[in-house]
Design a binder for this molecule. Structure first.
Ligand code: HEC
Length: 164
C-alpha cells in the first residue's frame, strides 16, 4: 500500500511537471511578452523614426520646399508603405506608456481606447497603400492630396494619444 501511494505520488508529480513545462513553454513563446516596457518603447519609436524618414522628404516636396520629383516621391511612398506593414502595435504592450517609461510620450488612454488606437494604425496602413497606388497612376495634384491624407493619419493618432 505504502509503495503504491509513493508510486502514485511520483507519477502525479511527474505528470504535473510535464504539464507545467508544456504550459510554461507555451506561454513563454506564444502568449507572454518577454520584452521590457523600455524595449517596446525602443521598438515603436525606432519604427516611427523610419516613418518620419520617409514622410519628411515627401512633405518638403508637397510644401514646395524642394522640387517635386515623381520618381523620388514614389520611392519614399513605397518605403513608408513597407515600414507601415510591420506591426507597430506590438510595440505597445500594456504598462509601457508615459507612466511606466521615463521618456515615453504615449498617453495611458491608449489602453482604455485600444480599438480606436488600432483603427488609427490601420488607417495609416491604408492611406500609405493608397499613396503608393497614386504615385503609380496619379497626377501630381492627386499625389499631393493623398499625401495629406497619409500625414493626416499620423496626426490623427498623435493628437489623441501622444503627449506634446
Ligand atoms: C496608431 C497611432 C499612431 C500612428 C498612426 C502614428 N503614430 Fe507616431 N507616435 C504615436 C505615439 C503614441 C507616440 C509616442 C510614443 C512614445 O513616446 O512612447 C508616437 C511617437 C512618434 C515619434 C517620436 C519618436 C521618438 O523618437 O520619440 C515620431 C517621429 C512619430 N511618432 C512619427 C510618426 C509618423 C511620421 C507617423 C505617420 C507616418 C506616425 N508617427 C503615425 C502614435 C502613432
Amino acid at each position: 500500500m505504502k509503495k503504491h501511494i509513493k508510486l502514485l505520488t511520483i507519477s502525479s508529480v511527474l505528470a504535473l511537471t510535464t504539464w507545467g513545462a508544456v504550459s510554461f513553454a507555451h506561454s513563454e513563446h506564444f502568449t507572454k511578452n518577454t520584452r521590457s516596457a523600455e524595449q517596446s518603447y525602443d521598438f515603436r519609436t525606432s519604427t516611427m523614426s523610419i516613418y518620419k524618414w520617409y514622410l519628411s522628404p515627401m512633405g518638403a516636396m508637397v510644401k514646395g520646399k524642394t522640387e517635386f520629383n515623381a520618381k523620388a516621391f514614389a520611392q519614399y511612398a513605397a518605403g513608408l508603405e513597407a515600414i507601415a506593414t510591420i506591426n507597430l502595435l506590438e510595440g505597445f504592450p500594456k504598462e509601457s506608456g508615459e507612466d511606466h517609461v521615463d521618456d515615453s510620450d504615449a498617453k495611458e488612454k491608449i489602453w482604455s481606447h485600444w480599438e480606436d488606437f488600432e483603427t488609427k494604425y490601420k488607417n495609416l496602413q491604408q492611406e500609405a497603400k493608397k499613396l503608393v497606388a497614386t504615385t503609380k497612376t496619379g497626377k501630381e495634384a492627386d499625389i499631393k492630396a493623398q499625401f495629406k491624407k497619409t500625414a493626416g493619419a499620423c496626426a490623427a493618432c498623435h493628437k489623441e494619444y501622444k503627449t506634446k
